[in-house]
Design a binder for this molecule. Structure first.
Ligand SMILES: [Zn+2]
Length: 163
């Protein structure tokens, strides 16, 4: 987190006034994101009544993440807006950097989601987030802190992260 204002200062150049304004905007945006995440978690706390048991939350979380996969599968087999052409990842000889490796790794997805399939996928991801937030609520975890910690972990690992 502390690194960003330094980068903002680089972007703003030598003008301290521009730099201060950019830092203030960055902090406000960060606070809004923070509030958005906390607001979502509060909303889940408010609306989750029927499936409040951890047993229900765990099984609903699994069900909703399966439905995310199902939405992608249906985009391929029912709608056909995307195709999956999967095979072994092929890296040409001579690629020596991790950046170069990234360019040669394929998602195996061809085409683009149509509006309908995109909406369905968004809905299923939203449902999954709902139960993830519910799981956090049960154990008094803050979803935003979880996101930040994961982001920090990724930043620390940098190019050594192969996940
Ligand atoms: Zn489609």
């Amino acid at each position: 987190m502390g690194e960003r204002p330094v980068r903002i200062r680089e972007v703003a150049g030598s003008n301290p006034a521009t730099s201060t304004i950019l830092i203030r905007i960055f902090r406000e945006v960060t606070n809004v994101k923070d509030l958005l995440c906390d607001g979502f978690q509060d909303c889940v706390r408010h609306y989750l009544i029927r499936h409040k048991s951890i047993v229900d939350i765990m099984s609903k979380l699994q069900e909703s993440s399966s439905r995310v996969n199902r939405a992608v599968a249906k985009a391929v087999t029912n709608c056909g807006c995307i195709q999956v052409h999967a095979g072994r990842q092929r890296i040409p000889p001579g690629v020596e950097t991790l950046e170069g490796l990234r360019d040669h790794m394929s998602t195996h997805v061809e085409g683009e989601l149509c509006n309908h399939c995109r909406e369905v996928l968004e809905e299923e991801i939203g449902r999954t987030l709902f139960y993830l937030a519910a799981l956090c609520n049960t154990f008094d975890l803050n979803l935003y802190d979880v996101l930040l910690k994961e982001q920090e972990r990724l930043s620390c690992l940098g190019m050594f992260n192969f996940s």
